[in-house]
Structures are given as C-alpha cells and as structure tokens.
Design a protein around this ligand. Structure first.
Ligand code: F6R
Length: 245
C-alpha cells in the first residue's frame, strides 16, 4: 500500500519525513534504518540531529545501512557517501560508529564486498524503515533503468550521463568514479517499511510514473507499487502530475 503525504514545501517535507523516522526510532529504539544520500534528505537529517540534541530522540541502539557508495573512494574522500553521512547525520547524533554501515568503496574484491554487505543486512535482521530518494529517471539507490530488477547488493557501472553530472564535484575527469555499489531492488523491497521523499518539479514525471505507471525495470521506482507499506512525502511541485487531493 502506498500512502501519499502532499506538502507545500521542502521544509514541510523534511518535517513530515522526520516525524516518520522519529516515530520509528521511538517505537523501536533498536531499529535498523536504511539511509540515502543526495540533496533531498539533508533537511530531514538536520531535523533528526536537532531532535537528538534536544533529547527527544536517542540513536544509541539504532543501526544504519546505507543504500550505496562509490567504488574507489576512501571514507575520507569529500565525495564519498560515508563522508556525506558523517557530515549530515552521524557526527550530529549519538549513533555508535560501529552501528553505521555502508559498502566499502576501497574493498579489493567487489564480489566479496557485495556478499559481505548482504550478510551485514541479513545479520541485523533486515531493515525496519528504508529511506529513499528518487532520481529523475526513476532510479532508487543506484538501480538505474535497465532490463531487469537486480535483487541483491551489486556493483553498477554508472551511466555516462551520471558520470558527467558528477564531474563538477571532482578536480579532474579521471577522478570521477565510474562504478558504485548499491543495494538491489530485492534488498530494498524486503525492508518492512519504506519512506520515499521527493521535492521539486524535476521529480514530477518520475514520481507519477513510479506510482501510476506499469511496474517495469525501465522505471525502477515503479517496483514500490508491489510493497505493502510505503509512505511518500512529497511537495506539490513533485506531485504536480497527480490530481489535487
Ligand atoms: C542516494 C541515492 C539516490 C538518490 C537520488 C535522488 O543514496 O541512492 O538514488 O536518492 O539520486 O537524489 P537527490 O536527493 O539528490 O535528488
């Protein structure tokens, strides 16, 4: 089932999403949160940090698993997702460092790293609440439009357009990662609950097709129609193609 929360602004999206994550943490203090990077969740992470500082949220027993990480970047690299998570959330809340998990961008053996990450998720008992953003081509994690839904953690070759879009963050084109690890569609779909956040007009088409179009790997987010518990928190611009409630 998909429940859509239509809000007016990015800030309201962040607040409503933070309420859902907070409720999860309060109801199950030792829950497993699946986390995303990108610009959409930054406001939500800021609010979680504020609530933790105020004493309203406690992450001491929470574990986290992130969706994805670039291959070849060290955890310290300014563009790594580990670094993003540290700066946007981890260093502002009382999560134990050993309870935060991302794929290891520097792993020597990619297949072994994928197996290790799958085992980490399974060992934690699965994901209670998975946070997702959506790409304007409908990707979730780094599951890009393709011919099939890939189930488990795997290494993806980034599309030329993604590599070019990322180039602005790096000093030279050679430094731009060409591959990334991502949880698969199966790992995401096994999460007990899913929270998808979206903001802005450039998400409107993907969001509409994800929730109303055919279920197809051509638009990876469309698979969410098959999940039993999805909350979508999105602003009016992102929901522009949906009829007004
Ligand atoms: C990030 C991730 C991506 C983003 C998506 C939206 O870990 O897996 O799928 O959620 O690209 O990114 P933003 O929020 O920057 O629009």
């Amino acid at each position: 089932m998909i429940r859509i929360y239509r809000v007016d602004s990015y800030d309201e999206m962040s607040r409503r999403a933070a309420n859902i994550v907070s409720a999860q943490v309060i109801m199950k203090p030792d829950c497993v949160l699946g986390l995303a990077t990108g610009s959409t969740p930054q406001g939500l992470y800021r609010l979680l940090a504020e609530r933790c500082r105020a004493g309203d949220l406690d992450f001491a027993e929470v574990c986290t698993v992130n969706l994805d990480e670039y291959q070849g970047l060290s955890p310290e690299d300014g563009q790594s997702y580990r670094r993003y998570m540290r700066e946007n959330l981890f260093e502002h809340v009382n999560l134990r460092p050993e309870n935060t998990h991302l794929p290891d961008g520097l792993a020597a053996d990619a297949a072994a790293e994928c197996a290790r990450y799958n085992a980490v998720i399974a060992g934690l008992g699965g994901i209670d609440l998975q946070l997702l953003g959506v790409g304007n081509n409908g990707h979730i994690g780094f599951n890009e439009p393709g011919a099939a839904f890939e189930n488990e953690t795997h290494l993806v070759a980034l599309t030329e357009s993604t590599v070019q879009a990322n180039a602005r963050f790096f000093k030279s084109p050679d430094e731009v990662p060409k591959h990334a690890y991502t949880m698969g569609i199966g790992s995401i779909m096994r999460a007990r609950r899913i929270l998808l956040v979206a903001s802005g007009a450039d998400k409107a088409d993907a969001l509409y097709r994800a929730l109303h179009g055919p279920i197809t790997p051509v638009l990876p987010a469309s698979v969410l129609q098959l999940h039993g518990d999805v909350a979508v928190v999105a602003d009016r611009a992102a929901l522009a193609r949906f009829p007004e409630a």
